[in-house]
Design a protein around this ligand. Structure first.
Ligand code: NAD
Length: 490
């Protein structure tokens, strides 16, 4: 019997008001293993009332006490690493080894980071000197207060990792939360809610409403008592959220899609670039917003690089996500697999050459348990026009293209030549080139000679159609707080 997941409102696990649930399949087997509340605006209303009434006490709780609770929650995540990693793997299809080494530890790190970050707030003061325009002296102090109820909406690809990336700074800064994880991957957020209760968070401080974007997510975005919306997901949905929240003059952070270039210059440490390339392309089956999906390689090393990438892609162990040896699991859903496959078919129609992968994994090559799962192999494509749909649109799966270039200018033009600007990676041994190219790439996150090396203090977010605003470190602390300047004549 599929497990029933609950909403978590005002400190209690509750059923959705409508009594309706959505089937939640295990992507590795295709079988429905749990059922997630199909929440409505009424559930969002109940959560918002709870969050709003918890706000005065929570926002005036001493920061040391809030910090301690966040650390306790992080301790509980660490103590339940195996259970959370297993749940994340079953829910999303990702290898349990990845969930165990990246997703879950990072969720704990998010809570610890913001628990510590609030302890030593940066105090801004400005001393006004008398001058030509005004004769008085003054001391200005910038005060920051939490904004109220924060709506946190997250996607399915890094479920607990990204959910906690929003919830942690919101709670740390004294906001209360109405959060909605993806309906495709609800399990670990549900477990997090239970741990929050166990940690001692007061009722109403942290609420989870499960369900679809419409109606549940949209009800959060358009609720008049939720002034702050942080969203990570697709550009199409982000555009609607920006419009709706903009009309209501809400504060919004939008972390959206990408079509990230991965540039390799001939003077690079090519073996290191290749080893990292296979991770950048295919980690989490290519379903990380930061994955490189357009490989741009200087012509003199192009053939060798392509051969090395294809060999490494073919060597990845595809299999049961729960097998600790598996390196490459299932895609999140059947619909997503069909979307990924449609781009590969389009690439073939456009005359592209498929060097590996190219169609769903044959069931006969999978373990018995996984024969009905949603497996699509690492796929490497060449020979496409940089302006075609496959090169311009986010596929968000294990599909990459490789294109040669002849000069730095051409590499930059290709790298910057999409509507997106989330993350760019490049490899070179030249310090001058690092400075030049690093400053010329249109992306919020730029990696030279590495990939996905994250320092939680740094701003995180995208340019162009990849988003609006930045999260992380000081940016997150500012996003979730309202500044007021108190000017005192001295
Ligand atoms: P999605 O936009 O379909 O959904 C994201 C979340 O928004 C889900 O919880 C969904 O239920 C909800 N939602 C959908 N419609 C809504 C609406 N009208 N109002 C409010 N909420 C709504 O995205 P997805 O398929 O879950 O995730 C994949 C996308 O996320 C990719 O485009 C990927 O690039 C992007 N992503 C971006 C980042 C980043 O940091 N920039 C990180 C991870 C994923």
């Amino acid at each position: 019997v599929p497990e029933l997941i609950s909403n978590f409102i005002n400190g209690r696990a509750v059923v959705p008001q409508s009594g309706s649930y959505l089937d939640n399949p295990d992507p590795a087997t295709g079988a429905v293993y749990s059922r997630v509340p199909d929440s409505s605006a009424g559930d969002v209303e109940a959560a918002t009332i709870a969050a709003k009434s918890a706000f005065p006490a929570w926002s005036s709780t001493r920061r040391e006490d809030r910090s301690r609770l966040l650390h306790t929650l992080a301790d509980l995540i660490d103590a339940n690493l195996d259970a959370l990693a297993r749940a994340e793997s079953i829910d999303s299809g990702k290898p349990v080894s990845l969930a165990r080494s990246v997703d879950i530890p990072r969720a704990a790190a998010n809570f610890r980071f913001f628990a510590d970050a609030i302890l030593a707030p940066r105090i801004e003061t400005y001393h006004t000197q008398p001058g030509a325009v005004q004769a008085d002296r003054a001391v200005n102090t910038v005060l920051r207060r939490p904004r109220g109820v924060a709506g946190c909406i997250s996607p399915w690809n890094l479920p607990l990792y990204l959910y906690s990336w929003k919830v942690a700074p919101a709670l740390a800064t004294g906001n209360t939360v109405v959060g909605k994880p993806s309906e495709l991957t609800p399990m670990t957020a549900s477990m997090l809610a239970a741990f929050a209760a166990q940690a001692g968070f007061p009722p109403g401080v942290f609420n989870v409403v499960h369900g679809r974007g419409q109606p549940a997510g949209a009800a959060i975005v358009s609720h008049p008592e939720i002034p702050t919306i942080t969203f990570t997901g697709s550009t199409a949905v982000g555009r609607w959220i920006g419009q709706t929240a903009g009309q209501m003059l809400k504060r919004v952070s939008l972390e959206l899609g990408g079509k990230n270039p991965y540039i390799v210059f001939a003077d690079a440490d090519v073996p290191a670039a290749l080893d990292t390339a296979v991770r950048a392309a295919f980690s989490n089956q290519g379903q990380i917003c930061l994955c490189g999906s357009r490989f741009l390689v200087e012509r003199s090393i192009y053939n060798d690089f392509l051969a090395g990438l294809v060999a490494r892609a073919k060597a990845l162990r595809i299999g049961d996500p729960l097998d600790p040896q598996t390196q490459f699991g299932a895609l999140v859903s059947c619909e997503h697999l069909q979307k990924v496959d449609s781009y590969v078919r389009l690439a073939r129609d456009l005359g592209g050459t498929i060097h590996c992968g190219g169609s769903p994994v044959a069931p006969s090559s999978l373990p018995d348990r996984c024969r009905k799962g949603f497996f699509y192999p690492p796929t490497v494509i060449t020979g496409l026009d940089p302006a075609c749909h496959v090169e311009q649109e986010e596929i968000f799966g294990p599909v990459v293209t490789v294109t040669p270039f002849d000069s730095e200018d051409q590499a930059l033009a290709l790298a910057n030549g999409t509507p997106y600007g989330l993350a760019s990676t490049f490899w070179t041994r030249s310090a001058e080139r690092i400075a030049r190219v690093g400053a010329a790439l249109d992306a919020g996150i730029i990696w030279a000679n590495c990939w996905m090396l994250r320092d939680l203090r740094t701003p995180f977010g995208g340019m162009k159609q990849s988003g609006v605003g930045r999260e992380g470190g000081e940016e997150a602390l500012k996003f979730f707080t309202e500044a007021s300047n108190v000017c005192v004549r001295a």
